[in-house]
Design a protein around this ligand. Structure first.
Ligand SMILES: C[S@@+](CC[C@H](N)C(=O)[O-])C[C@H]1O[C@@H](n2cnc3c(N)ncnc32)[C@H](O)[C@@H]1O
Length: 347
């Protein structure tokens, strides 16, 4: 059976260890987040929501930034609560370990929680959240509308398949914003750090995903390959200003405005280093691990249940990807178009 919902990232801390590209994406959005933190009204407790935190490592710097501004503006006596949310299957143990580690933002009067529930549902009581942050998440769909012929990546599907993903992404954005609008306080801000795509959903990672797809075809059975799909769709960046044109009134009456949209080009982490040292092997290893961290669970879900050799098989699949990337780093590097939205609830 094909997948219908999106699985979480690869566990056992693997995503934390191989998500430098996503960390770089967050760094580019952090000035917008911190500008918003300087503007939101006081609240006690002050609630920050981190939607789609995964294993938490990349959330530390954004939370630390907001915490220090909240402390400066409102004083240490205001309790600061951070809710890291993700899918129930997320590796929350890795998250809790990071929160207890020396690199954590933990401090007196700071309280961290985890929520294991889809962000397409309501996650907080109404009027609770002062600042929301979501990085590298909103391309993951609520439900996967169909499989993709000959490929694992929806943007490589035929016109009908692409239309189904594009329509699902549009509907999901409304669902996501409806839930956020309810839980934001008046004056609260939501910062969305997202990849952008073209009209066909191409996000700049297609050449790398082609390498993965070719390797899969070499290693898995045709009926397994036919079930495999990565449930993401990168919306065209212009969809966001269109959605918020003249503000957006949520079904429950809240009014949201898009205060700013920024764009940043973003290469896969390690590509700068490759351009200097020409170490194609090291670069290919890093790119492949980055892709493995966010694709493997989706692919494994398509394997025959009876397979006993799943780990070894997936090692071989990703090694095949690595070989292809290593043969042509410039032609396969993923180059993303990062879009940073600053959204305010004004009523
Ligand atoms: C690429 S990771 C980003 C993690 C982290 N924010 C970062 O920037 O490194 C995407 C995360 O979104 C989560 N995600 C996908 N769909 C979700 C949903 N419907 N509800 C909550 N989290 C979701 C995934 O489980 C994953 O942990």
């Amino acid at each position: 059976m094909a997948l219908t919902s999106v699985p979480a990232m690869v566990g056992r801390g693997f995503y934390n260890a191989h998500s430098a590209t996503q960390a770089n994406a967050s760094e580019l959005a952090r000035p917008v987040l911190e500008r918003a933190a300087r503007a939101v009204p006081s609240a006690s407790p002050f609630v920050m929501a981190d939607y789609g935190s995964s294993q938490g490592r990349n959330s530390l710097a954004p939370v630390r930034g907001v915490l220090s501004i909240a402390r400066e503006r409102f004083g240490p006596e205001i309790p600061f609560c951070v809710y890291h949310t993700d899918l129930p299957a997320n590796d929350f143990s890795a998250l809790f370990q990071v929160l207890q580690s020396p690199e954590s933002y933990a401090a007196e009067n700071v309280f961290s929680y985890a929520v294991g529930r889809t962000f397409y549902d309501a996650l907080f009581p109404p009027d609770t959240v002062s600042i929301g942050w979501t990085a590298n998440t909103v391309h993951w769909l609520k439900t996967i509308p169909c499989t993709v012929s000959g490929h694992i990546w929806p943007a490589r599907g035929n016109a009908e398949e692409r239309a189904a993903f594009s329509a699902a992404a549009q509907a999901d954005w409304t669902t996501f914003m409806t839930a956020r609008a309810r839980e934001m306080r008046v004056g609260a801000r939501l910062i969305v750090d997202a990849g952008g795509g073209d009209a066909d959903g191409r996000c700049g990672a297609e050449a790398a995903l082609d390498c993965l797809n070719e390797s899969l075809k070499e290693h898995v059975r045709p009926e397994e390959h036919a079930r495999m799909v990565i449930g993401g769709w990168f919306r065209p960046p212009s969809d966001y200003p269109s959605f918020f044109e003249n503000g957006w009134r949520a079904p429950d009456g809240q009014f949201l405005k898009l205060l700013s949209v920024e764009h940043h080009p973003l290469d896969t982490a390690g590509f700068d280093r490759y351009l200097e040292d020409h170490d194609a092997h090291a670069f290919a290893l890093e790119l492949t691990a980055t892709f493995r961290a966010f694709t493997e669970t989706s692919l494994v879900a398509g394997l025959d249940r009876s397979r006993a050799d799943k780990d070894a098989l997936m090692d071989a699949v990703y090694d095949g990807m690595r070989r292809r990337v290593e043969a042509d780093p410039r032609g396969t590097v993923a180059r993303w178009d990062l879009v940073v939205l600053d959204i305010e609830r004004s009523e």
